[in-house]
Design a protein around this ligand. Structure first.
Ligand SMILES: Cc1cc2nc3c(=O)[nH]c(=O)nc-3n(C[C@H](O)[C@H](O)[C@H](O)COP(=O)(O)OP(=O)(O)OC[C@H]3O[C@@H](n4cnc5c(N)ncnc54)[C@H](O)[C@@H]3O)c2cc1C
Length: 396
């Protein structure tokens, strides 16, 4: 028999799981949050760049964000620069460890039971709910839940357990973080189109005056990420003052870029964040989609649990969200095939022309991210500073 019973078991305490858990507990549900990690701020894998749309719509704690960034420079394979400046604060690099700790504290204060160092190992149907196997220090225990949230990242095992869709298309990113690195001037997001070091994606230096992140990303089958990062660092070290500096943190992981999965919910549970494929296929940004989809996940889960009506899950429809990404999925597939520096050089030359420059600005500064799935929601966690503003925004 089960040793414990919950309304919701949330697997994974990344941004998606923390967001879901604290919102569900704030609505009075009995929530267990389990993560394989011992501490939420260990093994952070994201650069943590939040875009303007997220910063406007979600009141992220100010002390968990770096200084604003307004400038972007896009470099062609031959190194020709296309500077793009915005009149507004476009990006802020999250201090992700601090943010995860803050949201975990909020979740626990709202009543979430936190189970660190605990790995999800499988589940089976049990009446209308599930029995979930959790392993800690080699010891397996079973808990029962009316509903399961799979927020266990890009290679979700919960997806399999629930019989929902799984991610199949990826890029891989790896980066080094330098704290207190001055950079080469004003806060700036530098992006290189370099098919050799970053096939199908970009190499980047983002520098906000407090931290510098130097990374590469691309299709795993076409490059060796750590080797590419070493070469890229050597290429930019003198310019960004990195010679002789020690790396403070290395981050990396898979980024699902196949678009939101179609089947992401069923009456025993749902998927959120990377587990649901909620990442922009073009930019590979996952933080904004993760926050929006998790807020909706919390609402539909609560509606479903309070009514018992499967129709309450209908708004959580991956196929509907996926439709918003058709163009970006197509562009991602086209980009994946471009490995000719000459072709990219020509594309960059076109983007530098006055006619197409607004397109480049639109890619970096546009508000096209995840569709606005929860335009009217005003869900508060235990602290008002973490409120999600009821702020309607145009859809992507
Ligand atoms: C190198 C890199 C850079 C990125 N940079 C950006 C960026 O700058 N901006 C942006 O918008 N997006 C970025 N992304 C994407 C973004 O980071 C992700 O989309 C987002 O963090 C996903 O959050 P999540 O909570 O869904 O998943 P995760 O953060 O992966 O959290 C999943 C959690 O589940 C836990 N877990 C996994 N399996 C189990 C299990 N069996 N049992 C228990 N726990 C388990 C893990 O320990 C982890 O804590 C980047 C991604 C990478 C890899």
């Amino acid at each position: 028999m089960s040793s414990a019973e919950y309304d919701v078991v949330v697997v994974g305490a990344g941004l998606a799981g923390l967001q879901c858990a604290r919102l569900l507990a704030a609505r009075g549900l009995r929530v267990l949050l389990a993560d394989a990690k011992e501490k939420v701020d260990r093994g952070v894998h994201t650069t943590g760049i939040f875009v303007r749309r997220t910063l406007e719509d979600f009141a992220l704690p100010e002390d968990c964000l770096g200084p604003p960034v307004r400038d972007v420079v896009l470099y062609s394979p031959a190194g020709r620069a296309l500077p793009l400046a915005s009149a507004q604060d476009e990006f802020r690099v999250g201090k992700m460890g601090a943010l995860y700790r803050r949201w975990l504290d909020d979740a626990v204060a709202a009543g979430v039971e936190w189970m660190p160092s605990t790995r999800y190992a499988g589940m089976e149907a049990d009446g209308a709910g599930s029995r979930i196997a959790l392993e800690r220090a080699g010891v397996r225990r079973w808990v029962r839940a009316r509903f399961v949230v799979g927020a266990d990242g890009a290679t979700s095992r919960v997806a399999r357990g629930l019989g929902l869709d799984e991610n199949r298309e990826w890029i891989v990113g790896v980066e080094d973080v330098f704290r207190g690195a001055p950079g080469d001037g004003a806060p700036c997001f530098h992006c290189w189109l370099t098919p050799e070091l970053a096939p199908g994606y970009i190499a980047w230096v983002v520098s906000d005056g407090e931290e510098m992140h130097v990374g590469v990303g691309g299709h795993a089958s076409h490059f060796r990420p750590t080797d590419a990062l070493r070469r890229f660092r050597a290429q930019v070290a003198a310019r960004f003052g990195l010679e002789g500096r020690t790396v403070d943190d290395r981050r990396g992981g898979r980024i699902p870029v196949g678009g939101v999965l179609r089947r992401i919910a069923q009456p025993r549970g749902l998927l959120a964040g990377d587990a649901a494929g909620a990442v922009s296929p073009l930019t590979a940004g996952g933080l904004d989609p993760c926050l929006r989809l998790s807020a909706l996940a919390a609402r539909v889960a609560e509606d479903f649990l309070s009514t018992g009506d499967p129709a309450a899950l209908a708004p959580y429809d991956g196929a509907r969200f996926r439709a918003h990404f058709r163009t970006r999925i197509a562009l991602r597939r086209a980009l994946s095939g471009v490995r000719s520096p000459l072709l990219l050089e020509a594309a960059c030359a076109a983007l530098r022309s006055p006619l197409l420059r607004p397109l480049a600005s639109g890619i970096f500064f546009g508000r096209g991210s995840f569709p606005d799935v929860e335009p009217r929601v005003d869900i508060r966690g235990s602290s008002a500073s973490n409120a999600l503003h009821p702020h309607p925004t145009p859809t992507a």
